[in-house]
Design a protein around this ligand. Structure first.
Ligand code: S3P
Length: 457
């Protein structure tokens, strides 16, 4: 791996002109390079879990490095509505959660609003379905109310849970009537950490052992953190695909340190790789092996990156990543087995594929169609406006790379990861782009547009 050289070439300076009046519409002028260091914001998945598990633990949980973005704020607000005291969630402050114990969540007077957050809704369903005799109503924004919840409510019904909603319990608003649950052996049809985590949370108060068997392993933050909180949880099987929980042990409040989110670092990993003369250092990136699929693909691309200062922080591997431009990146193939390890990175990897000379394939990615938007469709639609050549398949994409992208009138279509992917694509285009609804980025990366400006040289 070569050592990155910092280029001091000041030609082609990048400039970003923000439309100050309507923050959501941004104009991006291409050219130049990205140089500097970024402290990647806290991991979204770990932030949600720290709030949820801390709430049902006994005693205080402190959370350092929590992601102060809209999605975790939705989780915190729902928990507050059920009587949990959570201090305010701001940048660089330690958040305190006063746990109410496994059975302490109150029946909320209001509807629980999960906003745009699938993780909030799915994990809450699992958490609430076993609160005997208590009633809960959950809803979300336009996007979340169209996302499938059957994948969670169906297995929970096998444990005796009652979840009702539109489309036979598939769509929010959802009503949950808390019931006594019993343990079960449940094979999940999709490798989804949200589904797995919902079942594990329900299992904490069920009668008897519950075992979840995944088709491929999905991110394992719930397993790691539940164990650390004192849950009776065992992981077995190939690549930890069998997870068992037995009830009976109380969770104890903990100090959690949240590493940076590799899914947010992903935008800079690819930007650093494809924007000429770029040289970036990403600090404090979570490197849990169930999340590092993007690094495996970057290796296949011959991207120029290296991990430095690898250490373990609160049970999760963390490191800094140095990345530099490489003019010769190779096309790549992503198969279904790898998808769970990079599921949120497919939009920015699609941008990377447009820059590789040759054809890249993304397969087995049907799950992308049920994210905040149909990300296969939306990325194809937006990048084709820029002149990209992409074929859309039911469960993937074929990207014929190497064509010069052209600036265009783009739209995030309300999806945070689309907004940030289009921002990076706009930097390598010929001509200016505008990105409508660019503030969608705040869902997972509140400082994205500031970092974007800060790194431009
Ligand atoms: C998440 C799991 C993933 C991911 C989402 C966060 C989580 O979804 O796309 O952004 O925190 O568990 P699936 O588990 O449904 O694939």
């Amino acid at each position: 791996m070569s050592t990155c050289k910092i280029s001091t070439n000041k030609e082609n300076l990048l400039t970003l002109s923000l439309n100050q009046k309507q923050h959501s519409l941004r104009e991006v002028e291409p050219g130049g390079k990205l140089i500097g260091r970024v402290k990647v914001p806290g991991d979204k998945s770990i932030s949600h879990r720290a709030l949820l598990f801390g709430s049902i633990a006994e005693g205080e949980t402190t959370i350092e490095g929590i992601l102060p973005a809209e999605d975790p704020l939705s989780t915190a607000e729902c928990l507050r509505s059920m009587g949990v005291k959570i201090s305010s969630i701001k940048n660089d402050t330690i958040v305190r959660v006063e746990g109410v114990g496994l059975n302490g969540l109150k029946e909320p007077k209001e509807i629980l609003d999960c906003g745009n957050s699938g993780t909030t809704m799915r994990l809450l369903i699992g958490l609430l379905v076993g609160r005997i005799g208590r009633h809960f109503v959950l809803t979300g924004d336009d996007s979340l109310r169209e996302r499938p919840m059957q994948r969670v409510s169906q297995p929970l019904r096998l444990m005796g849970g009652e979840v009702n909603g539109r489309s036979n319990g598939n769509l929010a608003p959802l009503a949950i009537m808390g019931k006594k649950l019993h343990g079960a052996v449940i094979g999940t049809p999709v490798a989804s950490a949200q589904v797995k985590s919902a079942i594990l949370l329900a299992a904490l108060t069920a009668d008897g052992e519950t075992k979840v068997i995944e088709p491929t392993s999905s991110r394992d933050h719930s397993e790691r953190m539940l164990k650390a909180f004192g849950a009776n949880l065992k992981v077995s099987g190939e690549r930890g695909r069998h997870i068992s929980v037995s009830p009976g042990s109380k969770l104890k409040g903990k100090s959690i340190i949240v590493p940076g989110d590799i899914s947010s670092a992903a935008f800079w990993l690819i930007a650093g790789t494809i924007i000429p003369h770029s040289n970036l250092t990403l600090e404090n990136v979570g490197l849990n092996p169930t999340r590092t699929g993007i690094l495996e693909i970057m290796k296949k691309m011959d991207a120029d990156f290296e991990i430095i200062d690898l250490k373990e922080v609160a049970g999760e591997p963390v490191g800094n990543i140095k990345v530099c431009y490489n003019s010769e990146i190779k096309p790549f193939e992503i198969e279904s087995e790898t998808i769970p390890r990079l599921v949120d990175e497919v939009p920015i990897l699609t941008v990377a594929a447009c820059l590789c000379k040759g054809t890249s394939h993304i397969r087995g990615a049907g799950e992308l169609r049920v994210k905040e938007t149909d990300r296969l469709k939306v990325m194809t639609r937006q990048l084709m406006k820029m002149g990209a050549e992409i074929e859309e398949h039911p469960d993937g994409l074929t990207i014929h790379g190497g064509k010069q992208l052209k600036g265009s009138t783009l739209d995030s279509e309300t999806d945070h990861r689309v907004a940030m992917s289009l921002a990076i694509a706009s930097l390598v285009a010929e001509g200016n782009s505008t990105i409508a609804r660019s503030d969608a980025a705040y869902i997972s990366y509140p400082n994205f547009w500031n970092d974007f400006e800060k790194l431009r040289n």
